[in-house]
Design a protein around this ligand. Structure first.
Ligand code: ACO
Length: 379
């Protein structure tokens, strides 16, 4: 087979239709079920966006009330899942905890062997409702803190922050978190969604597909990049006493050196977007608000310095993980928890895709070109 016929990494290959979202790299636009993601982030709660991704339409007031009640009723951490989480050493990455929790939730689900649309929708909502408790508790146990029970008088984002920090967050912080959840929710056939669609295409179950997708998201070339961005900031050195300009100068020098060494710098570049990630301006605006709220201009200096130096040297633009990392840092999340936050959000898009896959299924099974040893025989 000719080398050019092999589409390494499936780059540029269109595998199937989807009605969940549309990524247009030429116009840097992203639509969820037809709605621009920027509009959703400005005007909707994450609960409304989750409903939209699953049902194709935004909820009316009655639908939203029913959906919200259902989500609030499913927030408590299952004591068995808690026991399993407690059995995982804190030396393990929190993504291992998420992956294991999703698997246990599947094995314990009352509809585990039922893959009807109704059962899958119920499983999706259950995962959406329960995953924040796993992520929040995992961060707390690593800090030697106790579980914080959910509050059913708070929306999804406010409650998530409550369970993580044991105190109510101010509206500005809740809004920025809500924006990050909406932006992370869905992005067509990205690696984790595709991995899950492959699993679903074998007629396996929804929790297995989510578990596999979490494994794919863990990698630094995908979701793990938001965490890696913070490691870069840490390596350069976060100095709250420094001015914006001083921080920018140090960051620029760091980037120039990294690129001389041919390093891949996480948080930059994208397989689909080559002129900038459609989600970045909205997330950057949320980061700017957090920088102002917490009074940390030096972080903006680091951000600007890296971005400018990368643009000047290679013309490569930041992706969503770049502004998301420092935003979560400012909110008080530990760096290791950033990708699990992405999981909590992406469960919505993943499961919308997995149900879509089942609705018009064909086993995903590509071909390979053999380049191993010629046929030979045991001596
Ligand atoms: N830092 C330095 N150079 C880069 C970067 C980067 N982050 N991204 C791309 N390049 C360079 C490559 O070295 C390559 O240069 P070359 O042609 O001189 O060899 C060229 O740009 C093309 O890069 P590829 O990796 O081949 O592009 P691809 O489309 O396969 O990669 C990817 C996309 C994997 C996202 C890449 O840009 C990358 O590794 N970025 C860092 C990881 C990251 O931030 N991932 C998050 C993705 S978004 C998300 O999950 C929300």
């Amino acid at each position: 087979m000719a080398e050019e016929e092999i589409k390494k990494g499936l780059a540029g290959v269109v595998v199937d239709y989807t009605a969940v979202s549309k990524v247009n790299p030429d116009t840097n636009s992203l639509l969820y079920r037809g709605y621009p993601v920027q509009e959703l982030a400005a005007r909707c709660s994450f609960e409304e966006v989750a409903f939209l991704l699953w049902n194709g339409e935004l909820p009316n007031a009655e639908e939203l009330a029913a959906f919200t009640a259902r989500e609030r009723a499913g927030r408590r951490l299952d004591p068995v899942v808690k026991q399993v989480v407690d059995a995982i050493p804190t030396t393990a990455h929190p993504m291992d905890v998420c992956r294991t929790a999703a698997s246990v939730m599947g094995a314990r689900h009352e509809l585990s062997e039922d893959s009807s649309r109704e059962a899958n929708m119920a499983k999706a909502v259950d995962l959406f409702a329960a995953m924040p408790a796993v992520v929040a508790y995992d961060q707390r146990r690593r800090r030697g803190q106790d579980l914080v029970e959910p509050r059913d008088d708070l929306g999804y984002s406010a409650n998530f922050l409550w369970m993580a920090f044991g105190e109510e967050s101010v509206p500005e912080v809740v809004d920025a978190f809500n924006v990050s959840m909406i932006l992370y929710a869905e992005h067509s056939f990205n690696a984790s969604t595709f991995a899950g669609r492959v699993i679903m295409s074998t007629l396996s179950d929804l929790h297995s597909a989510v578990t596999g997708a979490i494994g794919a998201l863990k990698g630094p070339l995908h979701g793990g990049a938001n965490e890696a961005v913070m490691h870069t900031f840490d390596e350069i050195g976060i100095r709250p006493e420094e001015s914006l300009e001083e921080a920018a100068t140090r960051a620029k020098a760091w980037m120039e050196h990294a690129l001389e060494q041919k390093k891949k710098v996480m948080g930059f570049g994208h397989r689909v977007y080559k002129h900038g990630d459609s989600r970045v301006p909205t997330m950057k605006a949320a980061l700017d608000k957090m920088i102002a709220h917490y009074g940390r201009p030096e972080l903006l200096g680091l951000y600007n310095g890296l971005e400018t130096a990368m643009d000047e040297a290679k013309g490569i633009k930041p992706n969503l993980d770049y502004p998301a990392g420092p935003t979560y840092h400012l909110m008080g999340f530990d760096t290791l928890m950033f990708t699990p936050l992405f999981v909590a959000s992406r469960i919505t898009g993943w499961t919308a895709h997995f149900m879509e896959q089942l609705d018009s299924n064909s086993l995903i099974r590509p071909l390979s070109a053999y380049n191993g040893a010629e046929e030979r025989h045991v001596p």
